[in-house]
Design a protein. Structure first.
Lengths: 318, 463, 301
């Protein structure tokens, strides 16, 4: 787009048009004012749609609130926090959430890098494969949970049928029937759906690695594995770090995937903290306990992210 | 439909103009088209009456009926159905209440209605019962089963829906297992075993997952064994840690080898899937299955019949879990209470609407008024040809054996049941036995402990 | 000469292996969509046959036409009366709503984020280094907890049950990541041209329109696609913010084909296909930009 200068040059300020225009003109003259003006919508939106609700959640965590009685607020200090820390289910959920998050992220990162390497290689029609492999990312969770519960249905699902036909299994697998299987299946869903996000980010970075680095390594006699270890991986480190932070936050807080697939069952074996918080708020009619759980989760993620970024010395060179 | 709406809206303007000048001629002329409807618009309120209904066509039929009332009597009002899935009822309810904009009329599962009623969130409907006819109720039940609290009626019956023992008669007959209507628990267990061993079907499918369906299936066994969660006659003290509970849990455990292995994850959908796809000989289920089977698997449809549950060997009880579903009117911030009551009275006194309501999902949606059950047009439905006995069992003969977690052994509404279901306490108790191998007695203790917590936290509701 | 031929053979084999691996992986990953597609063109009676049929014996478009023409879906065997509430009749408006909400939210979110990112990278004031990090704090509070107070804000603004509520809801969950992405992207763009522009007497706004925006396009496209996907996927906000059936978006709407005891798989899968295809097309078309935008965004911390 070539600059078209004259057409959009500001018109002279008409003295009759009052203070608004003068204020506008003034703003445009001070560079910092322009900067503030640019960030203003962001700040306002953050304040209304993020800061305010977060403050409300924090506030609610100190109250007893029954959702069916919205008129009653009862301050109870730290009781909600005491309640969750004394609740075995909270700790179970925390433990399970950690397993679910860690396994999902590790698998997403591994598969993400593998797929990205596969898709990075120039082949005819690679763009089609790229599009198709990234597709799970765009299927709405609500739909995919139903689809999975059908495909994974032990008796009439197509998956067991396929595995049987191929001779891989002798009898039906009960995908959600035992705690371990259910956890595995929810992790599989998370990996299936969100690996593409990792692929996009890694693929993007791969494309910026100068080819000369590979040539140099090749000249040094490095095989494909060495080249991957010495050139690719170090270059990917940073993007992987960022992706891991984002995906950890998002996965730790995930609700829909688990809720729609297993409702936290069998028993409470696939509860994570988001489900725990939901059950406390809705089924147990204690909004305060649900909010307190949210606050604790936020604190955990915050502490975790800061620690992680510190340990990884992230952004230090800047 | 949209054309009718348009003309009504236009008409309403005309009517109000004329009413303002004291002439009701135009209104009368317009309203005259609706037969017995009053000659004059009764309400000039404008707006949308939000109506919650379960997934399924029936609430939509009722709303159509109420709109028929509105078009003659409150032309500025439109009743609008909002279908709220079973999973979302609580979320929607609490967010809408918190925002001071609850729906204006709701039809939800009875345990939730009982809870709202005890919370004082509903408007009493005794006057509507009067208009509808207090003596119309089908034999064996009363209005209070749908929701009465401290002497006032809060829920107006819409329908009832029990789950029954649904049997593949082709299989049972071939194996010579006798008439399921005369079975005891032992016979049913034996039938399940025989089907499992002699055919390639599984014997029986109950839901054993962590969900509502498991709660409802187990509740029927619990009640038949003489057990209950709370004692309504004794301030809702917890009565779950009892030999009856243990017996019911043991029975589920005994049945488990003859269930599909996947039953541990079954909910409503999977139980029906198992039956309709011909994988299983028996299920506990509501009447919805027949519609689906007729559409997807005509052979299965032909082969299935439903019966009252097998009788408990010593108590002789054959309880089902029956959802006494009705209409309730949330009171907070509801400007349309009078109009809703009038509309409810209108549709509940028009027998053709009540028949249409039942016809929209045969035989899931059972009529509640005697005159509707006896109405000859009710039988003008294809399913009556070969399923009359089954349909009448759902409609009528199940009622003496009806119970509900929110109204255990019909001893009085229990406002705690909604919370119990929300937390899947019964299902978790069952899962302790069938999944973790916990001893039934210990599982019963665990469940009782959970129920005790619910009671303690919500004591104000029951005292 | 012979050496070259040999090398080509090696290359061909290597390529073939890659194609096979790619094909296998793609098949596994895309299996649910393939299955959805196959199911959606089977007649209702065939969907539940056991063992399942792979290719439909009879190819039908009944599920698609039911969605587009709003045919009743409940079993009405023997019933003369059909209520005026068949979920299918709303499918097209749900689709329209989803498009409006997803693109509306993406537009607003990315517009705000672009301005913010430009400001954060080109101006000097206190806090400009912390803001991108702070904005991520919003992600640490789980949405399932945040949604309740957010709903109250929506009600106070008087936009509950309207598409605006969802637009703002999705802006709130996409804006922080978009800002982060564009912030990183803008830091990677050379400032020299902009400075030259400023020296030449162009205003900040001119520079922004004529120099910055065009060169930030890959980042902007990536942010838009990210936002559209998040908004298009959401279930929670749409379930809570919207009451009227006709104002729902696709994710919540199509759940009406799931009755608790019965999923109308034909309708469900046909809608799954229709819900996925537009985004898939968008994805394929802009995939290159998406990758470029995410690349720069991820690289810089």
């Amino acid at each position: 787009m070539a600059p078209t200068g004259q057409a959009s040059r500001p018109r002279a300020v008409d003295p009759d048009e009052g203070s608004l225009r003068r204020w506008w003109a003034e703003i445009r003259q001070h560079d910092t004012h322009v900067g503030v003006l640019f960030i203003l919508p962001f700040l306002v939106a953050c304040l209304v749609f993020m800061v305010y609700p977060v403050v409300q959640v924090v506030r609610m965590s100190f109250y007893y609130r029954n959702p069916l009685r919205p008129d009653q607020w009862q301050f109870i200090g730290l009781d909600n926090f005491r309640a969750i820390f004394g609740d075995e289910l909270f700790w179970d959920s925390f433990y399970q959430a950690t397993i679910w998050t860690t396994s999902s992220i590790v698998l997403q990162a591994l598969l993400g890098v593998a797929f990205a390497l596969l898709l990075h290689y120039p082949l005819r029609g690679i763009n089609v494969f790229r599009g198709l492999l990234l597709f799970p990312y765009i299927v709405p969770t609500a739909v995919i949970a139903l689809m999975w519960s059908w495909i994974f249905n032990p008796e009439i699902g197509v998956l067991n049928h396929v595995l049987m036909t191929l001779g891989i299994i002798d009898e039906n697998i009960y995908w959600f029937s035992t705690p371990n299987m259910a956890m595995g299946s929810t992790i599989a869903l998370s990996v299936w759906k969100y690996t593409p996000f990792v692929v996009i980010c890694v693929l993007a970075k791969l494309q910026t690695i100068p080819l000369e680095l590979y040539d140099a390594a090749r000249v040094d006699g490095a095989g494909p594995l060495r080249r991957f270890r010495d050139v690719t991986l170090p270059n990917l480190a940073e993007v992987l770090m960022v992706v891991v932070v984002f995906r950890t936050i998002w996965t730790f807080n995930k609700f829909e995937e688990i809720y729609l697939l297993t409702k936290g069952g069998p028993g409470t074996s696939t509860f994570n903290l988001a489900i725990y918080s939901f059950e406390q708020s809705i089924a147990n009619l204690k909004l305060g306990v649900g909010a307190a759980t949210g606050v604790v989760m936020t604190a955990m993620l915050l502490a975790g992210s800061i620690l992680y970024l510190r340990v990884m010395r992230f952004g230090q060179e800047d | 439909m949209s054309r009718i709406k348009l003309s009504n809206r236009f008409g309403s303007v005309t009517r109000r103009d004329f009413l303002a000048t004291g002439t009701a001629i135009t209104g009368g002329m317009l309203a005259a088209g609706y037969g017995g409807a009053p000659l004059r618009a009764q309400s000039t309120k404008q707006g949308t009456v939000r109506v919650w209904g379960e997934p399924g066509p029936y609430a939509g039929v009722a709303v159509d009926a109420m709109n028929e009332w509105a078009s003659a009597n409150a032309p500025g009002l439109k009743f609008e159905i909002e279908t709220v899935g079973w999973d979302s009822v609580y979320v929607k309810l609490m967010t809408d209440l918190a925002a001071q904009q609850p729906p204006h009329l709701i039809s939800v599962e009875s345990p939730i209605a009982y809870q709202l009623m005890a919370e004082g969130l509903l408007s009493p409907v005794d006057d509507v019962v009067e208009k509808v006819g207090a003596d119309r109720m089908i034999e064996g039940v009363s209005f209070s089963d749908w929701g009465a609290w401290k002497g006032q009626q809060f829920v107006l019956p819409a329908h009832h829906q029990p789950h029954l023992l649904m049997v593949r008669m082709d299989v049972v007959e071939e194996l010579g297992l006798g008439d399921p209507d005369t079975w005891t628990w032992d016979d049913m267990l034996n039938a399940a075993r025989t089907i499992q061993e002699k055919t390639d079907l599984d014997g029986i499918a109950l839901a054993l997952g962590r969900n509502l369906c498991t709660d409802y299936h187990f509740a029927a066994l619990l009640h038949s064994a003489g057990g209950r969660m709370f004692d309504a006659s004794n301030n809702f003290e917890v009565a779950f840690d009892s030999p009856a509970t243990v017996e019911a849990l043991e029975f589920v455990r005994d049945l488990q080898p003859y269930m599909p292995k996947g039953a541990l994850e079954y909910s409503f959908l999977q139980v029906v899937d198992a039956m309709v796809t011909g994988k299983v000989g028996m299920v506990f289920y509501w009447g919805r299955v027949y519609g689906r089977a007729a559409e997807e698997a005509p052979d299965i449809y032909k082969a299935i019949q439903s019966f009252n549950h097998a009788a408990h060997p010593t108590t002789g009880n054959r309880f089902n879990w029956n959802d006494f579903q009705g209409w309730s009117i949330p009171e907070p911030n509801n400007p349309y209470v009078d109009e809703i009551k009038a509309a409810l009275a209108y549709y509940q006194t028009k027998r053709e609407w009540l028949v249409r309501y039942c016809h929209s999902l045969v035989p899931n949606v059972s009529p509640v008024y005697r005159d509707v059950v006896e109405d000859p047009t009710l039988k003008e439905h294809a399913f009556f040809e070969d399923k009359e006995r089954t349909i009448l069992t759902y409609y009528r003969d199940s009622l003496p054996h009806s119970s509900n977690t929110g109204n255990e052994l019909r001893g009085g509404a229990n406002p705690l049941a909604g919370i119990v279901h929300g937390r899947s306490i019964l299902a978790q108790t069952v899962q302790k036995v069938v999944l973790d191998g916990t001893k039934p007695a210990d599982a019963a203790k665990w469940g009782a402990g959970q129920l005790e917590m619910v009671r303690k936290e919500h004591l104000r509701l029951v005292l | 000469m012979s050496i070259r031929v040999q090398r080509d053979w090696g290359e061909i084999v290597r390529r073939a292996v890659r194609y096979v691996v790619l094909g296998a992986v793609t098949f596994v990953v895309c299996f649910p969509l393939i299955w959805a597609l196959l199911t959606s063109i089977k007649p209702t009676g065939e969907i539940f046959t056991s063992p399942p049929t792979w290719l439909p014996k009879e190819l039908v478009v009944e599920h698609y036409s039911a969605l587009i023409h709003g045919k009743p879906m409940y079993f009405e065997s023997g019933s003369d009366y059909t209520p005026d509430t068949s979920p299918t009749q709303h499918f097209l408006s749900w689709f329209f709503n989803s498009v409006v909400v997803a693109f509306g939210a993406a537009f607003i979110s990315v517009a705000i984020a672009t301005l913010a990112a430009y400001s954060l990278t080109r101006f000097r004031y206190h806090g400009r280094r912390v803001i991108p990090y702070l904005s991520l704090l919003g992600y640490m509070m789980p949405p399932i907890v945040l949604v309740f107070p957010l709903f109250l804000v929506i009600v106070d603004l008087g936009i509950a049950n309207s598409l605006w509520s969802l637009v703002f809801g999705y802006v709130s969950i996409t804006m922080p990541f978009c800002t982060w992405l564009l912030w990183a992207f803008f830091r990677g763009l050379p400032v020299e041209i902009e400075e030259a522009g400023l020296i030449d007497g162009a205003s900040r706004f001119q520079v922004f329109y004529q120099i910055v925006l065009p060169s930030a396009l890959p980042g902007i496209i990536a942010a838009v696609i990210f936002s559209v996907i998040v908004a298009w996927n959401d279930y929670l906000f749409a379930r809570i913010f919207i009451n009227s059936v006709q104002n729902l978006t696709l994710t919540v709407g199509v759940m009406h084909f799931f009755e608790g005891v019965h999923v109308n798989w034909g309708l469900m899968m046909a809608s799954a296909v229709l819900m996925t295809l537009p985004l898939a097309a968008l994805f394929m078309f802009f995939q290159r930009h998406l990758v470029a935008g995410f690349g720069a965004g991820g690289v810089k911390g």
